[in-house]
Write a protein that binds this ligand. Structure first.
Ligand code: AMP
Ligand code: TRP
Length: 345
């Protein structure tokens, strides 16, 4: 394994349902900032989207829509490699190789699996259990140094690190003269920025904003029109106390909405807290709604433009897949060799 010229970054979002403020503030917003200083790879993880029952009539369009949102949020395909996971078959192939060295009980411990499995009842797929191994393959294929995600993905990243370090490098790395094993896979670091890492539901400040919450009022999606944003914020859960504040464990809604206001208006947390310290909910909500409408407006315009020209978007993804494929195949080759497979002549 050679050193990366610039540190590498890989991340992805599933094309399931509309992306919301949590996806943007917790993940994609942080990707944008890394494009100048890092080699960045951003994929739409469509193979992950079929780990729960999905609608084949929608998968392709949801994939395009998610890619368009990446670009609308500020990902620049001239600086970053933007691609669709299923276009690079090395993801599925490395996943299989990693499956065979990953203990089943590591997967059974995953919190997200346990939560999602409960919702699926008797119909839990093998893919849902295997989801974190596919995610490890996504990351490890690109020798990623850092993986920008929201807080909920931390456990999956630790798993990817353990698979790379304990199950591949420590077992299959060639022994050097000093007796140390050579690394085959780079061990990635999570990159979780505290602000926005856990955006909570509008209807319950103690559970995270999620694509799968049946109540649409619980989240603001990046494509919600202004009136819908205003309506959702108007109906958001509050408490009887006057004045917004951070860090009061009895007031999770105040903490969450004040945090959103700071991020969406571009204010520091201190400035937002000072401005809203004695403000009632009736005055605060319209302020937050307008900050959200203003932050999302330009993004929505760029998105509409990109969707009007599907050929250009498709060309970006084709080019991205080609770039990604080259890097991914080189890693896959290293792993195949280390595991002792007969090469094709
Ligand atoms: P998903 O919607 O599960 O495909 O998540 C895509 C990315 O968004 C991941 O990096 C998640 O960690 C992040 N994310 C999802 N929900 C939230 C949330 N409520 N707050 C912050 N980040 C989130
Ligand atoms: N599991 C991630 C999520 O739901 C999505 C994902 C798949 C991902 N592969 C990845 C994120 C690789 C970062 C890197 O949020």
């Amino acid at each position: 394994m050679t050193e990366n010229a610039r540190p590498r970054v890989l991340s992805g979002v599933q094309p399931t349902g509309a992306l919301h403020l949590g996806n943007w503030l917790g993940a994609i917003r942080n990707w944008v900032a890394l494009q100048d200083s890092h080699d960045t790879f951003f994929c739409v993880v469509d193979l992950h989207a079929i780990t729960v029952p999905h609608d084949p009539a929608r998968l392709a369009d949801d994939t395009l829509s998610t890619a368009a949102l990446y670009l609308a949020c500020g990902i620049d395909p001239d600086r970053a490699t933007v691609f669709v996971q299923s276009h690079v078959s090395a993801h599925s192939e490395l996943c299989w190789l990693l499956n065979c060295v990953t203990p089943l009980n590591w997967l059974e411990r995953m919190v997200q699996y346990k939560e999602k499995a409960v919702k699926q009842g008797a119909d839990v797929s093998t893919g849902l259990l295997d989801y974190p191994v596919l995610m490890a393959a996504d990351i490890l294929l690109y020798d990623a140094d850092r993986v920008p995600v929201g807080e909920d993905q931390k456990q999956h990243l630790e798993l990817a690190r353990d698979i790379a370090q304990q199950r591949i490098n420590a077992r299959f790395g060639a022994k050097g003269a000093d007796g140390e094993r050579e690394a085959i896979l780079r061990v990635p670091e999570p990159l979780i920025l505290p602000e926005g890492a856990r955006v909570m539901s509008l209807t319950d400040g103690r559970s995270k904003m999620s694509k799968s919450d049946p109540n649409e009022g619980s989240r603001i999606t990046l494509l919600d029109p202004p009136d819908l944003i205003r309506k959702k914020i108007k109906r958001a859960k509050t408490d009887p106390v006057i004045g917004l504040e951070f860090g009061n464990p009895d007031r999770p809604e105040a903490d969450n909405l004040l945090g959103l206001y700071a991020l969406l208006s571009g204010r520091s947390r201190e400035a937002a807290a000072a401005e809203c310290a004695s403000m009632g909910w009736g005055a605060f909500k319209p302020l937050l709604a307008e900050a959200a409408v203003e932050a999302l407006g330009p993004l929505q315009e760029r998105y509409a433009e990109l969707r009007r020209d599907p050929a250009t978007l498709q060309a970006v993804l084709d080019r991205g897949a080609e770039e990604a494929e080259t890097v991914a195949q080189a890693t896959l080759k290293r792993v195949r060799q280390a595991l002792g497979f007969l090469p094709r002549s």
